[in-house]
Each structure stands twice: as C-alpha cells, then as structure tokens.
Ligand binder design. Structure first.
Ligand code: KIV
Length: 296
C-alpha cells in the first residue's frame, strides 16, 4: 500500500484551484481531473469529489437542452447555467465555455462576452474553440486579465466544416497543424488546452512539447489531464455514447425505473403513505368541524 499523501486533499481542506495549481500539477507529473456541470447539485457533487476543474461546457446544448449540436447555444443560456454551477462549487476552478458566435465576430465582442462569464456568472476562466484563427481573440481576452483555455482537435462548433463529429489529426499534415496550433495558442497566453478526439500518440507528443497542461477527451492517457462530459459518464445522455467515454453509472435507466415505480405507487394508491402526510392535532380538527357546522 502507498504511504504517499493523496494528490487531492479531502474536499473540506481543499484550497481553491487556480491556473497556478494546474501548472504545478503538470510540473510534478500529477494528473488533472476535469468534468462538465450545468447545474447546482451536479457542481456540488463534483466539487465535493475533489475534481480539479468544472467546465460549464456548451455541450449543455446537447445533453441538457436537447439541441442536435452545440451551435444554437446562446450567451444567456450559458450564463444562466454558469450561475447555478458557481453556487454549488467552492474549490474547483470554474471554466465557462464561450458559445458559437460569441468570440468569432470581433475581438471587442470576444472581450465583452468573456468578461460577462466572470462578472455576471462567477466563472474563473473561459474556454474557446479553434487554433491559429483564434489567436487575436485569445490575446485580447488574456489582455483583460481573463484566463483562457484553448480547445483544438474535434471542435464541435465547427461540426459542419469538419463534416461531422469525427476524429482529427490522423494524417501527417493535419497532425503538424494541430501541433503548431497548440504552440501558438500557448504563446498567445492560453493557460491550458483541451485536445479532443485526436490520436493518442499525437496528444502525448503535443503535451510533451507544451509547458501549459493539456486536457484530453478522446486523446489517450498521455495528456496532462482528462475531461469527460458528465452526462456521458453518468449514462444520462440517451442519444449516443462516443467511443472514448467510460460509463460509471446508468442514471438514464435508474431514472426510468424510479419514475415507473412512482407511477405504479400513485396509481395503486401506495403513495403517499402515512409517513408522507401532514399531521393535525385531533382537537384542532374538531374545532375546525365545529366552526364549519356553526356556519351551516
Ligand atoms: O462543451 C464541452 O463539454 C466541451 C468538452 C467536451 C471539453 O467542450
């Protein structure tokens, strides 16, 4: 049995996770954990489990709001869910995902929208998708003092350009472009980088070249950290499960079972039972009946 202290302190003793914490973890070779959350109870549980980073991802659009992809998600929807998450999480670093068209039009809009995540929704940092074409936006946001997490590889907001949700960087030229994008995003000031759905050996190579931590999703074990969409991990998203997901629960099945049990109980009058009822003292009931009868 290991006698070493656990990497993550018990939740009650946990200090707030910052960009520095993540940088130090990479330097020490400690793995970073990140999950998505979109509401208060999930954020509370993730935070108490000692996860380093909570991403309020625009995957919200698919797994919570039922959109076919992440493109319809708006700033207002993101901010609404970020506020709920920030009420639940005390120690984890909170990252708000900038939705489609909130940072692409101009650097001014990118700065203003990034600012709203911190000013109005309690986030500590923002994430945006894209490589070299996003350098200006990253530099502008970082210049305002807001930490930026980059995201390359499979970038869901470009699903129409990519021709579907498919792995990226599988030939030499594409792999080279991803490495260059990663290094440029680091130079532009990103504090970390999501690598989504790219070959494991490429993700390992890129991670070794970077000083900032990489967070892999479908990018193998060689990244500095791992991230999953919580609804995938919990088995709460019914439409499909990407190959890179490990399911730790079947909450969709569990919810269906609980709802069906409730329906059976209601229809057979087993619920509510006496322990679920509100009590009223006998004498008060009699007083009520007397008054009622006097009036009649
Ligand atoms: O929106 C999201 O949840 C994400 C993760 C997949 C990294 O971007």
């Amino acid at each position: 049995m290991s006698t070493q202290a656990p990497v993550t302190a018990p939740p009650t003793e946990r200090k707030k996770v910052t960009t520095q914490t993540l940088r130090r973890k990479k330097e020490r070779g400690e793995v970073i954990s990140m999950l998505t959350a979109y509401d208060y109870p999930t954020a509370l549980a993730i935070d108490q489990a000692g996860i380093d980073v909570i991403l309020v991802g625009d995957s919200l659009g698919m797994v919570v709001l039922g959109y076919p992809n992440t493109l319809p998600v708006t700033m207002e929807e993101m901010l609404h869910h970020c506020r709920a998450v920030s009420r639940g999480a005390k120690s984890a670093m909170l990252v708000g995902d900038m939705p489609f068209m909130s940072y692409q039009v101009s650097t001014q809009e990118a700065m203003r929208n990034a600012g709203r995540f911190l000013q109005e929704a309690g986030m500590d940092a923002v994430k945006l998708e894209g490589g070299s074409e996003r350098l200006e936006a990253v530099i502008a946001i970082v210049s305002t003092g807001i930490p930026v997490m980059g995201h390359i590889g499979l970038t869901p907001q470009s699903v129409n350009q990519l021709g579907g949700f498919r792995p990226q960087g599988r030939n030499g030229a594409a792999a080279r472009r991803l490495l260059e994008d990663a290094l440029r995003l680091q130079d532009a000031g990103c504090f970390s980088l999501v690598l989504e759905s790219i070959p494991s050996r490429l993700a390992t190579y890129i991670s070794q070249q970077l000083e900032i931590p990489s967070l892999g999703i479908g990018a193998g074990p060689g990244c500095d950290g791992q991230v999953l969409v919580t609804h995938d991990l919990l088995g709460l998203f019914d439409r499909f499960t990407p190959k890179f997901v490990k399911k730790y629960a079947d909450l969709h099945g569990e919810m269906k079972r609980a709802f069906a049990d409730y329906r059976t109980d209601v229809e057979s009058r087993l619920f509510p039972a006496s322990e679920h009822e509100v009590d009223m003292p006998e004498e008060e009931w009699r007083r009520f009946l007397e008054k009622k009868e006097n009036r009649e």
